[in-house]
Every structure is written in structure tokens, then in C-alpha cells.
Design a protein around this ligand. Structure first.
Ligand code: ZN
Ligand code: ZN
Ligand code: ZN
Length: 178
């Protein structure tokens, strides 16, 4: 039984040859350094002539024909929908950031709603650690239905000064579990 298969000695020694393309590249590099780099992030193309770079940049512009009209931005987009949405960001200034998840909210009540929601429980803790007292009014609110119903029964709502905790210490903080 001839059980000696593959007895041929394998030639592992492969001479490291310089491929024609590498030789050409090194030749080009020697000829002229690529002075003009494409400024588009993630592109990384370099050119020896400014003319070539300009032509290359035009191809980028064609990929993204929709440009943000906001002064100083000029971000390009391939689709008008994306461009429109991006431009909204400039207009929609959101001055109420959540310190927890770094989301920004256009209105204070939107931020508060987020903090009161189940998903915002962690954010609320963080927010309270950073700005103690900033969310105190949330505890004073009726849990759940935040709709202003007939709550004004003349029991002098706390005005001016901050809401003080009850002397009895009847803070109900653990009412958030569902
Ligand atoms: Zn480029
Ligand atoms: Zn923009
Ligand atoms: Zn958050």
C-alpha cells in the first residue's frame, strides 16, 4: 500500500519579487512628491498637481450635490432629505441638554418629560448629582398624569422659594418602580 502521498517536497522559498506596480509607484514617488491632499475626510487621495486635485474635488461635489446653506458649514449630502434634516439642526437650537444621555431638547418641558419617563430614570440620577436641586420640582409633581387638572384647590402652591421637604421626611422617591 503506497501510503506516502504528497511526498513531493514543497518549495516554500518564494523569492520576494518587486511587482511592476510597486516599482511604478516608487518611481512616481521619486519623480514628484504628492503635495496636494484631498481635504475630504476619509478620502486620503493625494495629487501632484493642484489641477488634478481640483478635478477630484469636483467628483466629490457631484457625489453630494446638496449642500448645507448654513454659513460656515457647507456640509454636503447625497440626498436632499439628509441635507434638509441636517439644516434643521442648525435652526433647531436645543439649549436643554440631558446630562445623562447627552440628548438635547428644544424645550424645558421636553427635557423634564424625558427625565420623568422610565427610560430617563438613570439620566435623572445623573442630572441630580451634577445639579443638586435642579430636578427637585419633578418630585413635587403628581406622578403619572401631568395634566393640570383641578389641583388648584387653594392650598397655596409653593411660590418663590424652593419646595422644601416635609418635616416628617415623607419624600416619596421610590414611587417610580413599575
Ligand atoms: Zn477626495
Ligand atoms: Zn450644516
Ligand atoms: Zn437622558
Amino acid at each position: 500500500m503506497p501510503g506516502v502521498e504528497g511526498s513531493m517536497p514543497m518549495t516554500v522559498t518564494r523569492p520576494h519579487v518587486t511587482t511592476p506596480s510597486t516599482a511604478k509607484a516608487s518611481h512616481d514617488r521619486r519623480k514628484q512628491p504628492a503635495n496636494f491632499a484631498c481635504p475630504v475626510p476619509g478620502c486620503g487621495s493625494t495629487f501632484t498637481r493642484h489641477f488634478n486635485l481640483k478635478g477630484h474635488l469636483r467628483s466629490h461635489a457631484e457625489e453630494k450635490p446638496y449642500q448645507c446653506k448654513w454659513p460656515g458649514c457647507g456640509k454636503g449630502f447625497a440626498r436632499q432629505h439628509d441635507c434638509k434634516r441636517h439644516e434643521q439642526l442648525h435652526l433647531n437650537i436645543r439649549p436643554y441638554p440631558c446630562e445623562g444621555c447627552k440628548k438635547n431638547f428644544a424645550r424645558m418641558d421636553a427635557l423634564n418629560r424625558h427625565l420623568r419617563s422610565e427610560g430617563g430614570a438613570e439620566c435623572r440620577k445623573i442630572q441630580e448629582e451634577l445639579n443638586p436641586g435642579s430636578t427637585a420640582h419633578l418630585d413635587a409633581m403628581p406622578t403619572g398624569a401631568s395634566s393640570a387638572t383641578s389641583d388648584t384647590d387653594g392650598s397655596a402652591p409653593p411660590s418663590g422659594d424652593q419646595v422644601k421637604p416635609d418635616p416628617d421626611g415623607s419624600w416619596t422617591v421610590g414611587g417610580m418602580m413599575m
